[in-house]
Design a protein around this ligand. Structure first.
Ligand code: HEC
Ligand code: HEC
Ligand code: HEC
Length: 161
């Protein structure tokens, strides 16, 4: 009887296994890659503001900047003028502070008066409505939802929050 398997059958067999494994690795790698990027959202901000430094190391309370959270649905982003309360004196000539002075310090040579355009990080999908005041009045602290905000060099959030 003639040989059913050609002499190179073994090599072909291993070749097919190797190709299968390569395809599987590419698929798994792709899924991992997408998951990594889609899960978290940490946009580049116009000013390199660090929560880790201000809220963590300097221990500034969350509501000293996000005071609106206590009395309105939105927590709000602090006015640049409140940053200059310190940064008129602290590193006023740092290039990292220049965009703040351009926005709010008329004495600054590069003054434009254009507000700093912070990029939104947390956004509920669709038209879900969230009310900060309602939660905070029930004693739920910031960290129960914004986890490790005081440890974040760059603010980030889950994609869908
Ligand atoms: C010195 C002022 C300051 C303090 C203190 C501060 N923040 Fe912020 N926060 C900002 C600024 C400015 C932004 C916008 C830039 C950014 O996203 O990093 C911001 C952004 C955020 C955002 C994202 C807003 C969005 O676009 O969705 C969250 C959430 C937040 N802060 C929570 C906190 C919490 C929780 C604390 C306390 C642990 C805190 N912040 C303390 C100034 C402050
Ligand atoms: C209570 C005072 C205080 C307030 C208010 C404050 N900061 Fe700061 N900030 C500091 C201190 C202290 C440092 C660190 C200075 C150092 O490294 O010597 C700093 C550092 C920075 C730096 C880094 C500067 C550099 O050259 O390394 C940036 C950017 C910055 N702050 C942005 C902001 C923004 C934006 C706000 C308003 C949302 C703000 N800060 C409000 C005290 C403050
Ligand atoms: C019960 C959960 C919860 C708590 C507690 C909470 N947040 Fe939020 N926060 C959210 C959600 C959800 C969003 C997104 C809201 C949206 O997209 O409308 C948000 C958005 C924000 C934003 C950006 C948009 C805005 O509202 O202006 C900031 C800043 C913020 N939170 C800060 C804080 C701070 C500071 C505290 C504590 C004082 C706090 N949050 C407590 C859930 C919470």
């Amino acid at each position: 009887m003639a040989n059913i398997f050609p002499p190179n059958a073994n090599r072909r067999f291993y070749g097919i296994i190797a190709l299968g494994m390569l395809v599987l690795a590419l698929i798994l790698g792709g899924v991992y890659y997408l998951n990594f990027y889609v899960k978290e959202h940490a946009p580049v901000q116009p000013v390199r503001f660090s929560h880790k430094l201000h809220a963590g190391d300097l221990k500034m309370g969350c509501t000293s900047c996000h005071a609106a959270a206590l009395r309105s649905p939105r927590a709000g982003i602090p006015d640049t003028k409140s940053c200059l309360g310190c940064h008129q004196h602290i590193l006023p000539n740092s290039p990292l502070i220049a965009p703040l002075r351009a926005a709010a310090d008329p004495q600054f040579p590069g003054y434009t008066g254009e507000p700093v355009r912070w990029v939104m990080v947390n956004r509920l999908s669709g038209h879900a409505y969230f009310n900060h005041m309602a939660h905070l009045n029930r004693g739920i602290g910031c960290t129960s939802c914004h986890e490790d905000a005081a440890g974040m060099e760059v603010m980030k959030a889950p994609r869908d929050a």
